[in-house]
Write a protein of this length. Structure first.
Lengths: 378, 203
């Protein structure tokens, strides 16, 4: 087929030849893959895969970004509106008036009275008000109960909705809402980037149960000292508060130093180390989400044992061997990375026991072949 | 051999417990306790629990009171706070409370509970009659009386001289008069008064 007798190289025909060759090669690989695969092709066809599941991870990034930007924007807008309320609107310069009008237009839905303040969404994820509904972190409630050694019912009820959501969806707060998660995951990416450029990063592993001890120690210390100590070491509380401090009060507090130390710990000692091993809030959410209803499940028929899910998992879990456990936060990073769409959501109270190697993987195929050989021998 | 194993396990256990307590130690180190003088610069927000210790126990340090405060008078104890770190306070010499009550509505805990404007107790104002301009006949002023949100029952003019301010028992200690006072040495200030004394005087 290749024109051998041309004296001048005909680039067009060479290109055609090459593309045809590539097509042939791909066809050949495909046929080989089909013969290699132990799974009959009709079972693959019949399975109802949910292809859009992998895009949920993008939604999670949107959610994290929205929460984080709200923490920055709302105090900023509030400060600006207070400034306008204090310095009469009529006295503003024309440019400032235009800016104020735009701000008012944008924030109209969040305010009942734009001249007063932005009162529909206030506070942080530690404790906040959303359209009149007060929500608090369960850790704040637990810490306060131990610090005050008494229960204040209205405050207890503010944690009801987060607790119910955690009971159903598991530790979703950590993966989907926590403003510190955004920074920690970007920090992980920075670590990977540093690793690629040849710099050493921390890859130590500790016992994941230390965080339950941190929770316990924190509760005991709160009861002894009579102040809610979690507020000082819980990254989402620190982030929300420090952003507000720097927006409205003109300076960081001590929490930002602690947060930077946790970032360095993550980078230099253990990947995502604070959340994995130390965070008391993560410990509480893990305990609450132990019998969650919504779980990620590995479909062993589709799995090819590539280990990508284990590598991507921020919490060091073992999705490839069906070990999600109570610490999975349904963040869907493993679903997004899975090349064979083998991870799906399902509703059940416990993880499946280890289902064995994935059916598309090498070890399953060899075991099948040897089993077939044994059958033939028998 | 057995003893060595036990020893190693004990050391490991102690290490893990110490590791668990490490974040708290770190946080405590970053905010060492430095008690400030109890002056008018250290008022609790309106509606606060009267007992200091109970207030710190109830406060979770969320910062909502400061965020909803229209005049932004509520500040937070930062690096010097010790165990009171992140709890709110008001410094009326910088910015005083206007008694709008939004912080009481916003607070999720019982640290700030909703009370009527008359029943707020942040302190009571004291006037130094040896420095206040009208009291030493250095001119006429009346700024404190004009600004007071509670009016006649909290601060009024002296019967004999209509520019000399006199504090009444209705004062709740919001500190607006401190903020507005033109005297550089601030002869007017908010002081704390024991609850029993206050009740006796009211009766």
């Amino acid at each position: 087929m290749l024109p051998t007798n041309v004296s001048v190289v005909d680039y067009a025909s060479v290109r055609v030849f090459r593309s045809h060759r590539r097509f042939e090669l791909s066809q050949y690989m495909l046929s080989r893959y089909k013969t290699m695969s132990a799974v009959p092709s009709d079972t693959v066809k019949n399975k109802s895969r949910i292809y859009w599941l992998r895009h949920i991870n993008k939604l999670r990034w949107v959610s994290l970004g929205v929460v984080f930007s709200m923490l920055i924007l709302l105090p900023l807008i509030s400060v600006y509106q207070n400034y306008v309320a204090a310095h009469a609107y009529d006295l503003l310069m024309p440019d400032e008036k235009r800016l104020y009008d735009v701000m008012e237009y944008l924030t109209e839905s969040f305010t009942s009275d734009p001249e007063n303040d932005l009162d529909a969404i206030k506070g942080t994820t530690w404790s906040g008000i959303i359209f009149g509904l007060k929500l608090s972190d369960p850790l704040a409630v637990l810490g306060q109960i131990f610090a005050g050694l008494g229960v204040y019912l209205p405050f207890l009820l503010t944690a009801l909705i987060p607790v119910l959501l955690t009971l159903i969806f598991g530790r979703v707060y950590c993966g989907w809402v926590c403003p510190a998660t955004l920074i920690y995951e970007l920090n992980t990416n920075l670590g990977a980037w540093l690793h690629r450029s040849g710099l050493p990063i921390g890859q130590k592993h500790f016992d994941r149960r230390i965080k339950y001890l941190v929770l316990l120690v924190g509760l005991i210390l709160s009861a002894i000292s009579g102040s809610v100590l979690f507020a000082a070491i819980y990254p989402p509380a620190i982030i929300g508060r420090e952003i507000y401090y720097v927006m409205a009060l003109g300076g960081f507090g001590s929490g930002i130093v602690f947060f930077v130390i946790t970032l360095l710990f993550d980078l230099l000692v253990a990947r995502r180390g604070f959340c994995r091993y130390l965070c008391p809030g993560g410990a509480l959410y893990s305990l609450l989400g132990r019998y969650r209803l919504l779980r990620i499940k590995r479909v062993a028929e589709d799995c090819n044992d590539c280990n990508k899910c284990n590598a991507i998992c921020e919490f060091g879990l073992d999705p490839m061997r069906d070990d999600f456990g109570q610490e999975c936060n349904n963040c869907t990073a493993c679903i997004a990375i899975c090349p064979t769409e083998a991870l799906i959501f399902n509703i059940r109270q416990k993880d499946l026991p280890y289902q064995g190697p994935g059916h598309l993987g090498h070890s399953y195929r060899t075991s099948q072949q040897s089993a077939a050989k044994n059958d033939g021998a028998d | 051999m057995h003893r060595r194993k036990v020893l190693r396990q004990l050391t490991l256990g102690g290490g893990i417990v110490a590791g668990a307590g490490l974040p708290y130690g770190l946080a405590r180190m970053l905010a060492p306790e430095q008690k400030r003088l109890s002056r008018s610069t250290d008022l609790k927000p309106p509606g606060a629990l009267a007992d200091d210790q109970a207030f710190v126990e109830a406060c979770i340090g969320c910062g909502l009171c400061g965020e909803v405060c229209p005049p932004r008078c509520i500040a937070f104890k930062k690096r010097e706070g010790g165990e009171e770190v992140n709890t709110p306070y008001i410094d009326p010499e910088i910015k005083a409370c206007i008694l709008c009550g939004k912080c009481m509505d916003a607070c999720p805990t019982e640290a700030l509970t909703k009370v009527e404007i008359d029943e707020i107790y942040m302190g009571i104002v004291q006037i130094d009659r040896s420095a206040c301009y009208p009291w030493v006949d250095q001119g006429i002023c009346g700024a404190c009386v004009a600004i007071c949100p509670l009016g006649e029952k909290a601060i009024a003019f002296d019967f004999a001289n209509i520019y000399r301010p006199v504090v009444k028992q209705g004062c709740v200690g919001c500190g607006l008069c401190v903020e507005v006072c033109p005297h550089p040495s601030l002869p007017i200030r908010v002081v704390k008064q024991s609850k029993s004394k206050r009740v006796k005087q009211v009766i």
